[in-house]
Ligand binder design. Structure first.
Ligand SMILES: [Ca+2]
Length: 315
């Protein structure tokens, strides 16, 4: 078998396989009929690949398909039952064209054909693939790798596009934090910028964001705190590992050290006027689990409110 032959046979059988599959996916008999008919035509096209140049046109594809099925059966690729099941198709195709959208007979034939025809076709595809694998192993594996490579590349490109859209949407919003992630534990080598709604994150053992690694990273959250009314406000910070909390440029909490979540709580109460003031949180994770959370309360802000939108705006 030449490679071109293989490609043609494989394409025709794959299309037949897909058409039968589509037929199983729909409860509507008319759609099922179309799928089955397409499968038969594809099988016919497959049979004609071996036919001489003056072979009958595609209009005779059902006949050609039967010839193919007989041959496949003779070569023990198909079992006799499979062929009988596939053969049961054609009369019902004609019924469908006569009666339109619904035919009880078609439903019966469809169930029968699909349940037997699918495994039969699958075996044919496998036999063809085995042929190629044995006769041209390098070509077989090269094609397989190329197909999978193209699929993986498409998924990767779609994922990058999606990530870019998410990041852009987060940064373009007026509310929420602007976050810079660093490829070190010392706020050096910035690697990614994100928009985030709240400062309440439990990363567990995972990385905080693509393309940051799981350990040895740091981050800086920047924003403007919208103070709703004058009064005393309390801020509670926890982190695994270290953190620093700044308000209006002043360092109010400094626990920049390796620590566990339970031992990390810092608390500060401060009197604030209504309006907007700069707020900044720095955090690093050395190894293992990572988490950071800032809550606040005071005035109309209920207890344990995570610090974030709508009371945080972009700097
Ligand atoms: Ca840690």
């Amino acid at each position: 078998m030449t490679l071109a032959d293989y490609d043609k046979r494989h394409a025709a059988l794959t299309e037949a396989w897909r058409a039968l599959h589509r037929a199983t996916d729909t409860p509507e008999s008319s759609a099922a009929a179309r799928g089955l008919y397409a499968a038969l035509r594809a099988l016919g096209a497959y049979a004609q690949l071996d036919a001489p140049a003056d072979a009958p046109s595609r209009a005779a594809s059902e006949t050609a398909a039967y010839a193919l099925l007989d041959r496949l059966c003779a070569e023990s690729i198909l079992e006799a039952d499979d062929v009988a099941a596939l053969r049961a198709l054609a009369p019902h195709m004609k019924e469908v064209s006569r009666f339109g959208a619904y035919s009880e007979a078609l439903d019966r034939a469809g169930v029968n054909l699909v349940s037997r025809g699918l495994p039969a076709l699958w075996r044919v595809v496998n036999v063809l693939q085995d042929d190629l694998r044995r006769s041209r192993p390098r070509a077989f594996y090269y094609r397989r790798a190329r197909r999978w490579g193209a699929g993986a590349l498409a998924v990767f490109v779609a994922w990058i596009a999606w990530q870019t859209a998410v990041v852009a949407a987060g940064l373009l919003r007026d509310d929420g934090w602007r976050v810079t992630y660093f490829h070190s534990i010392s706020l050096k080598r910035p690697l990614a910028v994100r928009g985030e709604r709240e400062l309440s994150r439990d990363y567990g053992l995972r990385a905080p964001a693509f393309p940051i690694r799981r350990d040895r990273w740091s981050a800086r959250w920047e924003g403007r705190l919208v103070v709703p009314e004058p009064g005393e406000y309390t801020f509670v910070v926890q982190g695994d590992d270290g953190y620093r909390f700044y308000l209006n440029g002043e360092l109010l909490l400094d626990r920049w050290r390796d620590q566990t979540w339970r031992a990390s709580m810092g608390k500060v109460a401060i009197r604030l006027e209504a309006g907007e003031i700069p707020v900044m949180v720095e955090h690093y994770d050395h190894k293992g689990e990572a988490a950071i959370r800032v809550r606040w309360t005071g005035g109309p802000i209920p207890r344990d409110t995570p610090l974030g939108a709508p009371h945080i705006r972009k700097p």
